[in-house]
Design a protein around this ligand. Structure first.
Ligand SMILES: Nc1ncnc2c1ncn2[C@@H]1O[C@H](COP(=O)(O)OP(=O)(O)OP(=O)(O)O)[C@@H](O)[C@H]1O
Ligand SMILES: [Mg+2]
Length: 520
């Protein structure tokens, strides 16, 4: 609740300070005189109304206006008061000499709160002044202890009133919400029986600890930052304020770790959508409507989390020919066709980028998969998932981050020769960050041992890959041989009748080769 308060001050600009002070003193004198006079001659019930009138009359001469924001609005707390307190606490610690300290529940940080003091702020080039006022209340609590009345007073120039009331207070509310979200515990929701159940999300993963090439990480962080600050952009371009990421790559390359880093970076909650728990498109839509903005909606292993058939196949299978166009997402999820009885790719696409995706704002969709080649092309077409991120086997720049995470050492600390060896081996080994992390965690108390074992594991991996490559080549060669033999067999039926089928023959050849290798 805001109530305007007229000023008892008169200022005529910096040019004529003296005149201002004289005018101020004269107004103060007039006010004091009138106050005393009214006090003496008026009955108590008329006093406050008359004083208010007097203040308003004097305020006409002032270039400032004042807004009181009390802590309590009747019996309930005033949200604006809390928001201002949070907002000011984000920068008063450096500019004020007297502050109250507090630590909100579920928060790991101490909050600085302005206490009976003033602070200035600048918004859009306009200077405003905040004052925190604490007065002793007359009424007493049940314990007999009087509660203080607390409030903020905002002083602005009258000419800035529109800007401040229209934008500055909204800006403060938004900032306070951001601070609140960052201070409080993050939540991860899982779905079951059509409901979301939240639990605290305590994953400590950040972009700093994520093993990935630093330039790629920077690009992703920039993209996320632009998204979070992009309300005006999305509004102007008529796009729904949401963004889709597809993370793909082998198991253990950091897809889930990336999601945790994203959530911690943006301060968003996570909705971990288990598609196998969703019975129908309409249940999916209801779940979506229950998600809050500033959140990440995750579908892990999209290729195997539900039997999402191709859009047209699904529609043909379950929508009667006479119903509306079965290929359209609306038809698929509207409930007119039988499609509503089960979850379909169509329903999912409608969920991520159809009209229903816009029932909230500022949301990120993340799909992960180990097999991008198995995904329906409808999911991959441009504009659907805005960003495709390949999570690769561990590269040398990524390895340096893992060394820092687990051993606390820079690669250069290991010596030039060891660093070079590691670099060569890791590029050939095709090991995942998860595998490398295991080796490092196991030996984290002994750096030398950790590095030696890692080198061994990487070299073994590189060797395996080399052999695998050779074997593959040989098998391909033998495929050619086999084709030739088959051709000969077709030409001479006797030889052909002795032949095993193609796959068995390939398998036998591989086995023979392995036997030879082990004998050698
Ligand atoms: N890029 C990475 N950076 C840091 N740690 C990683 C990375 N990749 C994997 N790890 C480590 O390996 C473990 C498994 O990684 P994560 O679950 O993120 O892999 P994933 O790609 O999601 O695997 P899956 O495809 O099986 O779901 C993590 O707990 C983490 O410790
Ligand atoms: Mg994962």
């Amino acid at each position: 609740m805001i109530s305007t308060r007229t000023s008892t001050f008169t200022t005529h600009g910096m040019a004529d300070m003296k005149e201002s002070w004289i005018s101020l003193a004269s107004h103060l004198g007039t006010l004091a005189f009138c106050q005393n006079f009214l006090h003496a001659v008026l009955p108590p019930h008329l006093r406050s109304a008359s004083l208010g009138f007097l203040k308003r009359a004097l305020g006409c001469y002032s270039s400032y206006c004042y807004f009181d924001i009390a802590e309590m609005d009747g019996d309930s707390t005033n949200e604006l008061y809390n928001a201002v307190q949070l907002y000011l606490s984000s920068f008063v610690s450096t500019s004020c000499s007297r502050l109250s300290l507090s630590r909100p529940r579920n928060s790991g940080t101490t909050t600085f709160v302005l206490s009976n003091d003033c602070v200035t702020d600048v918004f859009d080039g306009v200077v405003v002044r905040w004052e925190h006022v604490v007065t002793q209340r007359q009424s007493q609590t049940s314990s007999g202890r009087p509660l203080p009345d607390r409030g903020f007073t905002l002083r602005i120039r009258k000419c800035d009133k529109d800007l401040i009331l229209n934008s500055y207070l909204d800006y403060i509310m938004d900032k306070a919400n951001d601070i609140c979200r960052n201070n409080r515990e993050r939540l991860i929701y899982s779905n079951s029986g059509g409901w979301w159940t939240p639990v605290p999300f305590k994953h400590p993963g950040t972009f700093d600890t994520l093993a990935m090439e630093p330039e790629r990480k920077r690009g992703i962080m920039e993209d996320l930052r632009d998204f979070a600050a992009g309300q005006a952009f999305y509004q102007r371009t008529g796009r729904a304020w949401k963004r889709g990421y597809l993370l793909y790559g082998p198991p253990g390359t950091g897809k889930s770790s990336m999601i945790a880093a994203m959530a911690n970076f943006l301060g968003y909650d996570i909705y971990d959508l288990e598609l196998t728990e969703v019975l129908s498109n309409s249940e999916l839509r209801k779940l979506l409507m229950k998600t809050s903005s500033k959140s990440i909606i995750v579908i892990e292993d999209i290729d195997c989390s539900a039997n999402l058939s191709n859009r047209s196949e699904a529609s043909q299978a379950s929508v009667p020919q006479s119903s509306s166009d079965p290929g359209t997402p609306d038809a698929a999820s509207s409930g007119k066709g039988g499609n509503n009885k089960k979850i379909t790719l169509s329903g999912l696409l409608n969920f991520t980028d159809g009209l229903w995706s816009c029932c909230g704002s500022e949301r990120i969709f993340v799909f992960t998969t180990n097999h991008i080649e198995k995904l329906d092309s409808a999911l991959l077409r441009s504009g659907r998932m805005d960003v495709h991120i390949y999570m690769s086997y561990c590269s040398y720049p990524a390895l340096k981050i893992l060394l820092q995470n687990y051993l606390g050492s820079e690669a250069k600390d290991l010596g030039q020769a060891a660093a070079r060896e590691l670099q060569e081996a890791v590029e050939k080994a095709k090991m995942t960050p998860a595998d490398i992390s295991e080796v490092l965690i196991k030996n984290r108390r002994n750096k030398e041992k950790a590095v030696n074992e890692l080198l061994e594991a990487l070299k073994a991996g590189a060797e395996r890959n080399e052999k695998h490559g050779e074997l593959k080549e040989e098998c391909e060669l033998s495929g050619v041989e086999i084709e030739e033999r088959e051709k000969r067999a077709r030409e001479s039926p006797k030889e052909g009748s002795d032949c095993e089928d193609d796959s068995r023959r390939k398998w036998m050849m591989k086995r023979r080769r392995r036997q030879n290798e082990s004998e050698n």
